[in-house]
Each structure stands twice: as structure tokens, then as C-alpha cells.
Ligand binder design. Structure first.
Ligand code: AMP
Length: 641
């Protein structure tokens, strides 16, 4: 069954789970989310695209079936590459990852034509909580390319919780969403309070899922064949494909039965002999193969609970999402871990799409009575480039987070910074996303220049930088000169948006041509200024520790925390003249990084704080005293080191 007309005439809006392995679409009918089935009756569309030699596009099951026969013409798991700008080659065509996703979404969009014709259809599309800005935007663009008006991008765990109807209660609940799909694992902690759903923290592994379990079975079967026939079937492309397919089906049987028969067709011919396999596997054997990988998911669960300062007993609800959670061992481990079973009344394959439809229904008014409000979490820290004093002088390459990772959004945060040089009248604000203390290791979202700072001595002109981050993942960065109230704002749609506007029109024309089976224009890469190394280190706690350990952060922002990247163009005093007080601060900071002695460290911190306060007070006597104290401490440390 496809889609039925909604008796109430709410505007057309759907929820879409654009998954790594499978995608699904749902909408609200009679106040309930319903999956929109494919013409073949399936609920799930395999997220696979194939371009036939004739140029015809196949999406879904047909494409998946052709994946192994035509590996150079088909692509699966493109979600892993979303946000990248390297083209994907399929036959003689090249595509951006978002264009491939657009083809998947367009296949879903076609299902709505009988009902809505060509009228604009809005979509809520889900992404993993860890997706960064570029990946979210690529997803949004994929939706737009497919002809949807993308109303909102929401996190998958939020959607899952909405699918379970969590929110229609005034109780306070802590929820864990354990999502084990075909190629990815994600685990998130959410809270529900007064109908407000918040994602607190998320963690995951992008290379862990049901595919790995299939391959473990393939390895087991291949080892058996090697022993029987002296040939490794994995070396033969076709035999490997057949075994992989067989492995997945055996795995499914083992979710329902204690053992599964394995009867392969003729896999290949070796030494004139037909190679085939006929055996049985027990569930317990299969569990042995996958236990280590399952243990990894529970280690990530440990981490995410720790990040939220919670333990298993604090959790009220555990929701299972993703096809691989149908494996009984997952249920057993969840029950052992939490002391109670998980909820699984919503099909784990469909929970995310159903939840996206709930969000869509909230938006269209079809579910306005539910009283549900969804909030989300910032998937990465966002901040600006700042300078720090080092032994070599000021270094502009440090990251000062303003919105920390996992902060509940929408949110607004302000930090105060200062100029780094005397008479500085302009600053360049560079906005980054990431977790590393060096901006070069983070992701540049955009930059802008704030001019008109009244010329003054270093540190006397505070500039407030405010970040506003909304539920669509759009960041608004405003810098304001406190003394004059002059401000400048950047909406971060910058590089990627600009890039996308040019690219979008081009991509759309190409996809339309392909869709209509016409000769497509050759692909051209659109240059983007965001061609940076996307080396987002999710667990760079060390970076945080170093930042946090710096005493300059706990004192009024002065030199370390404060300086913004100085503008290239503004007039300034000779940069080569080093302020001796700044050098002293740099030296103190440097020794602090190396010094572990428990008696000396507090002395260095005290000297540093005192020197910074004295410089701030601009009182000559205090500065002299503080300089003396700092020099003495440095001499003492020198002896020690
Ligand atoms: P998803 O990415 O959520 O669509 O999940 C797809 C993964 O779930 C694939 O690896 C499937 O093989 C796996 N899967 C689906 N049904 C079952 C089942 N009954 N038992 C075990 N794994 C399953």
C-alpha cells in the first residue's frame, strides 16, 4: 500500500531517514506516523545507486543487486562520504556524494507524485548526531536537489525518541538510544523534561554494523571451503558476492532460530570440481564471531554515559534502533547492562523515519496537540581562532570554543576577547568547528572582519563574540565592540552555502538530465574555500585539558584567552617590539606546561594571575611587584628544572 490522502488538509510534509544502508519515508495520517511503502511493497529503500551502461539510473533493490556485478557503476553507503568534495565516479559520470543522495531521495519523492503532483513538498531529513556542519548542509542540499523543501534536519536519536511517543508525558525521563545499523553504530543520551526532548551526548563508530557481522560469517564459510577444496572463494568476485548475500540471510534466520542451515549454490569451479557448501551454524557460534564488536558498542555506551555523568541505573528508557538490534544477543546484553529490557515495540528499521514524520507533523500542525517540543545538541564545539602567548611570541592558531560540543540547542553563548596589539583597530574573526586546540586541525566555517575599534593600548578594548546556534544547525556569529556597541554578524552559510548555490543549480540541471535519461553535462568541481583537512578529532580531550589547565583561562581574559587574530591591514606598532611583560607571561605559561612539581605549580599560577591582574589594573607599583614576583618564581623554577 502506498500513501493515502490525509483527510485533514495539512500542507504536504514528510519525514525521511536517509540511511547508510537503507532509507525510508513516513508521513502523518490520522494523527499517527505511517511509512510510505515502495511500489514493490517494501518499507525500506536500499541506499544504493547504479548507473547502467545505457545511462539509466537504478536506485534501491535493483541497484543493490547490481552492486557486485557492476562495482564501478554502483555505490552503496554514500552517507559515509556526505560533505566531501571529491567526486564519485560511476561509469563515465562523476557525482558529488550529495548528488548520489539526491538520487535516493528523488526515488522517494517519486512515491509522492500520485498524491501531491508537482506541488512543493516539505521534508524533515535525519542525520546522525555526529554529523558536522558540512555533512548536514550536504544532506540539506541533497533534499533540495531531489525537489524537496527541506524544512529541517534533525538528529536520528531525537527522531527515534519521537517515534516512541516520548514527549507526550510530563514525567522526567532519561533515555538511551542504541542504534546499530548496517554500517554504523550510534549511541545517545537524551532527557525528557516537561515535554522537552534534549539530546545530551552522542557517541559512535562509523565503521561498525551489520555488514561486519555478515563478513564474519563469510570468513567462517570461506575458511570451511578452503579446508574442503583448497581454494579461497573470497578471491573470486562472484563467489564472494554470493557468500555475502548468503551470510546476511543466515544472520537474519539466526535472529529468529537457534540454528540456521547453510546451503550455497555452486560458488565456483575449482580443479574441475563444483565448489559448494552445505552445513549448519548455531546462533551461539555466530555470537562468538560478533561478540568483540558488540563489546565495542557497550564501551561506547559506557563513554557516553560517563560524558553525561550518568550510570546505567539512572536510565529510564532504552530504545533500540537499526536493523542489527534485531539480533537477540543485543537484547540480552542491553538487559544485562541496564538490568531491564529495552523497548522495541517500534520496528527498529523504521523508528527514525517514523520519528522524522512526527517532527514533520509537529511542523505542519497535524500533530500540534501533542505538546511535544524537540531540542537537539550541538554535534561539535564551535568557536573562534585566538592568539596565545608562547615563547616565540603571539601564536594566532589557537581555538577558543564558544559553544561546547553537546550543548543543548537552540542556544546563545557570549565570550569576551581583547585586541592583541596597541592601537589595533580591526580584527578578523575566524569561526571554526571542531575539538582540537589548534584551529588548523578544526574546520573553518567562515570569517569576517570587525573594524572601527577605537585605537587603544593592548587589552583595553573588549570585544564580545556571541554565537547563536539554531535547530537547523545554522550558526550566527556576532562580534561587538563593547565601547562603541558597533557589531558585525556572520551567518554561517558562508563558504558552503555560497559554494552550494552555484553548485546546486549545476547539479540540479545534471540530475534532471540524468533523470530524464538525457546525456548529462560533464561534472565540474566547484572550487570551495573550505578545502581544508577535515580532521575532526572527536575525542581530543587532551586538547581540552591543555586549554583548561591554562590559568589564563580562569583569570580575567587578558593575553592568553583574549587576543583575537589581528587584522592584516590595520595600522599597528612595530610588531617586532616585544612587550617584556607579555614575554614574562609567555615564559610562565611555558614552564607551567612542563612543570609537574606540586609545590611549584601553585606558585607559578599565583604569579601568573597576579601579573595579569596587575597589568589589567595599570597600576605601576602593582606591576613592578608582580614582575618581581614572577621573575623570582621563574628563577626558582629554573633551578628546579
Ligand atoms: P539499517 O542500517 O538500520 O537499515 O540496518 C540494516 C542492517 O540491519 C543490515 O546489516 C541488516 O542485515 C540488518 N538486519 C536487518 N534485519 C535483521 C535481522 N532480522 N537480524 C539481524 N540483522 C538484521
Amino acid at each position: 500500500m502506498g500513501i493515502e490522502v490525509n483527510p485533514e488538509s495539512f500542507r504536504p510534509i514528510v519525514g525521511i531517514d536517509l540511511g547508510t544502508t537503507n532509507s525510508a519515508m513516513a508521513y502523518i495520517r490520522d494523527g499517527e506516523p505511517h511509512i510510505i511503502a515502495l511500489p514493490n511493497g517494501d518499507d525500506l529503500l536500499p541506499s544504493v545507486v547504479l548507473i547502467e551502461p545505457s545511462g539509466q539510473i537504478r536506485v534501491g533493490r535493483d541497484a543493490r543487486d547490481g552492486l557486485l556485478a557492476m562495482p564501478d557503476r554502483a555505490i552503496a553507503a554514500v552517507k559515509r562520504r556526505m560533505g566531501e568534495t571529491d567526486p564519485i565516479v560511476l561509469g563515465d559520470q562523476q557525482f558529488l556524494p550529495e548528488e548520489i543522495s539526491a538520487l535516493i531521495l528523488k526515488e522517494l519523492r517519486q512515491l509522492l507524485v500520485p498524491l501531491y503532483g508537482d506541488q512543493a513538498i516539505e521534508a524533515v531529513i535525519t542525520v546522525p548526531a555526529y554529523f558536522n556542519d558540512a555533512q548536514r548542509r550536504a544532506t540539506k542540499h541533497a533534499g533540495e536537489l531531489a525537489g524537496f523543501v527541506v524544512e529541517r534536519i534533525i538528529n536520528e536519536p531525537t527522531a527515534a525518541a519521537l517515534a516512541y511517543g516520548l514527549g507526550a508525558t510530563t514525567e522526567r525521563k532519561r533515555i538511551v538510544v542504541y542504534d546499530l545499523g548496517g554500517g554504523t553504530f550510534d549511541v545517545s543520551v537524551l532527557t525528557l523534561d516537561e515535554g522537552i526532548l534534549e539530546v545530551h551526548a552522542s557517541n559512535g563508530n562509523r565503521e561498525l554494523g551489520g555488514e561486519d557481522f555478515d563478513w564474519s560469517l563469510v570468513d567462517w564459510m570461506a575458511a570451511m571451503i578452503l579446508k574442503l577444496y583448497g581454494v579461497d572463494p573470497r578471491d573470486d568476485l562472484r563467489a564472494r558476492a554470493v557468500l555475502k548475500d548468503l551470510a546476511e540471510r543466515v544472520k537474519w534466520v539466526l535472529s529468529d532460530e537457534d540454528q540456521a542451515p547453510i546451503e550455497s549454490p555452486v560458488l565456483m569451479v575449482h580443479d574441475g570440481q563444483a565448489v559448494r557448501l552445505s552445513t549448519t551454524i548455531r546462533r551461539s557460534e555466530f555470537v562468538q564471531f560478533i561478540q568483540t564488536r558488540l563489546d565495542e558498542t557497550f564501551a561506547l555506551l559506557d563513554d557516553v554515559l560517563q560524558q553525561s555523568s550518568l550510570s546505567a541505573k539512572d536510565i529510564d528508557e532504552v530504545l533500540l534502533v537499526g536493523g542489527s538490534t534485531k539480533i537477540p544477543r543485543v537484547h540480552e546484553m542491553i538487559t544485562e547492562y541496564f538490568g531491564r529490557p529495552a523497548r522495541s515495540e517500534v520496528d527498529p528499521d523504521l523508528a527514525v523515519a517514523l520519528g522524522a514524520a512526527v517532527q514533520a507533523g509537529l511542523k505542519s500542525g497535524a500533530l500540534s496537540e501533542s505538546g511535544l517540543v524537540a531540542t537537539d545538541v550541538a554535534p561539535f564545539s564551535m568557536g573562534i581562532a585566538v592568539a596565545r602567548s608562547t615563547l616565540r611570541g603571539l601564536d594566532n592558531g589557537y581555538f577558543s570554543p564558544i559553544i561546547a560540543r553537546n550543548t543543548t540547542i537552540p542556544c546563545t553563548r557570549t565570550d569576551t576577547f581583547y585586541t592583541t596589539r596597541d592601537w589595533q583597530t580591526a580584527i578578523d574573526i575566524e569561526v571554526y568547528q571542531g575539538e582540537h586546540e589548534r584551529v588548523a586541525k578544526n574546520y573553518l566555517l567562515g570569517s569576517f572582519r570587525l573594524t572601527g575599534i577605537p585605537p587603544a593600548v593592548v587589552g583595553s578594548q573588549p570585544v564580545e563574540v556571541t554565537f547563536r546556534y539554531n535547530l537547523n544547525g545554522i550558526l550566527e556569529a556576532t562580534a561587538r565592540i563593547v565601547s562603541t556597541k558597533k557589531s558585525q554578524t556572520l551567518v554561517v552559510q558562508d563558504g558552503l552555502e555560497r559554494h552550494s548555490k552555484e553548485a546546486l543549480a549545476q547539479s540540479r540541471a545534471r540530475l534532471e538530465a540524468l533523470w530524464n535519461d538525457e546525456a548529462a553535462e560533464p561534472y565540474t568541481t566547484v572550487a570551495t574555500e573550505l578545502d581544508l583537512d577535515l580532521d575532526l578529532d572527536l575525542d581530543s580531550e587532551l586538547a581540552h585539558d591543555l586549554l583548561d589547565a591554562s590559568p589564563a583561562l580562569s583569570t580575567p581574559p587578558r593575553v592568553d584567552h583574549t587576543p583575537l587574530v589581528p587584522s592584516e591591514q590595520e595600522p599597528s606598532v612595530d610588531e617586532n617590539i616585544e612587550d617584556p611583560n607579555l614575554s614574562l607571561i609567555a615564559d610562565l605559561n611555558a614552564v607551567l606546561l612542563e612543570l609537574l612539581d606540586p609545590e611549584l605549580r601553585p606558585k607559578v599560577i599565583a604569579a601568573l594571575n597576579r601579573l595579569q591582574s596587575a597589568l589589567e589594573s595599570r597600576d605601576a607599583k602593582s606591576i613592578d611587584e608582580a614582575v618581581d614576583e614572577a621573575t623570582t618564581v621563574l628563577m626558582e623554577v629554573d633551578l628546579f628544572l
